[in-house]
Design a binder for this molecule. Sequence first.
Ligand code: PLP
Length: 377
Amino acid sequence: MIYLDHAATTPVPPEVADAVREALVNQYGNPSSQYPLGREARDLVARCRETVARALGCEAERLVFTSCGTESDNWALRLAVWQGRHAGRHIVTTAVEHSAVLETCRQLEQEGCAVTYLKPGRDGSVTVEQVADALREDTVLVSVMLVNNETGCVFPVREIAELLKARGSKALLHTDAVQGFLKVPFCTGTLGADLISISAHKLGAPKGVGALYLGERVKNPRPLLAGGGQEGGLRSGTEATAQLAGFAKAVELRLAALDETLAHMASVKAYALERLLAIEGVERVGNGDAPHILAISLAGYPSANIVEELAARGICVSAGSACHRGRASHVYEAMGLPKRVKAGVVRVSFGPETRTDDIDALADALRAHRDARFPML
Ligand code: PLP
């Protein structure tokens, strides 16, 4: 099988699976228990927090583990709106955020918030000037993702943080860094966001665990889940020790070879661009700089058919975002792509294991698809 869908999820390396197994089998205590088995599990959680925090360049206390990136996004938005409730109810975000952000914004609109959705350019970009124009006195939250999951576009989060500072805005800045963490180098100090969402399964770790970074400007955060007081009382629920062990091990592995991995993915992407754009009828979608995501379109050929046919040849790619399950992507819609281009978008995404041979196989399969079918639009 040729797996070219690392933006959807990633394979779990054996070392990570071993760490998960070790936690399940030998470190199965409840971190809240008083006896040594519990203490061992508590230490494990603390070590995992240190590891992930180190990768973000923040203090461990600033990191709260959650069950996924979606949970981190939901919580971040609600927490910011709660903190700003006496200052206003206006939110600035983009029309191309992950649905974890967009659907939470829709809920917040129903609860009385006003939301400005910034439209990207045809190349998928969003600018700091757009944010500057949208900011209002009553803006309490700006939520702009670091890397778009469908185009790989990197958004100017650091510049937005500087803008908010220069304007003296009280608005908190949230960034969904699920596709950016350990793909686009950053640390919390230089990025300047107050809230940062990450997810483990995009990095070779198990599904079902994520984290939210809470910066200094987040005051008395409203807990996400009330209960036994785990995660500093902010997110109750017995800690997912095995997933956390996998998360930390995956982060360790990525950190140990970060420069090589990023350079490798960037070179695979450059090779893919060359090979795929050489196919007549294929064009690039968006101008994404992230090293692991490339969106292309075989204009006029429905992407669901392409994905199915590639799958039959053992090649896994995505028709836009895996979360859409066949529905038209709001991202390509917002970019204003022509109907034919929008119809044929395929997202290819890479990992440390991807080889140029995989790209060759994809290019051959795409060419064969084009030759065997007629465009439907
Ligand atoms: N945000 C972005 C940009 C994503 O790509 C994803 C997953 O695809 C998520 C959030 C949701 O993360 P999770 O699957 O951990 O809920």
